[in-house]
Design a protein around this ligand. Structure first.
Ligand code: 9YT
Length: 130
């Protein structure tokens, strides 16, 4: 059994900050926990726009606080995000993520992240094996 409180993740090795200051990710479960997915609480800060393209991962996201939107770059569709909204990047969808009010998101990655990943120039994380 694994039981963890967010208070113990905050400020630890499992808390990762985006280089551009747009988000903070608190990684409650990682590959080393052996669940087959990683599970994060992510804060996306008000007024930010982040280009994301998870070529090597699938991600599902559930909003529990704040407000924002995603815009897909392929077909320019805009989807509002508010508490209760879930979106799943089942096609490795490249998109912009914008927050009009700081959002608290629960994020699940498959395959799991291994630890300290931050976005590369494309807005992706490296494949799990590298
Ligand atoms: C929603 C999203 O992908 N935000 C960027 C950070 C990512 N969720 C992470 O590493 O936790």
């Amino acid at each position: 059994m694994i039981v963890r409180h967010i208070d113990k993740i905050t400020g630890s090795e499992r808390e990762v900050h985006a280089a551009n200051g747009n988000w903070t990710s608190r990684r409650m479960l990682l590959a080393s926990d052996g669940m087959g997915f990683s599970f994060h609480e992510t804060l996306i800060y008000e007024g930010t726009e982040t280009l994301i393209w998870y070529k090597n991962h699938l991600e599902a996201v559930y909003c529990i606080e704040g407000e924002g939107e995603i815009e897909t770059t392929e077909d320019r569709r805009i989807y509002p995000i508010r508490p209760g909204t879930m979106y799943a990047l089942n096609k490795n969808d490249r998109h912009y993520l914008r927050a009009s009010k700081t959002m608290r998101l629960i994020c699940v990655f498959n395959p799991p992240l291994t630890g300290r990943e931050t976005h590369d120039r494309d807005g992706s994380y490296p494949p799990a094996a590298s």
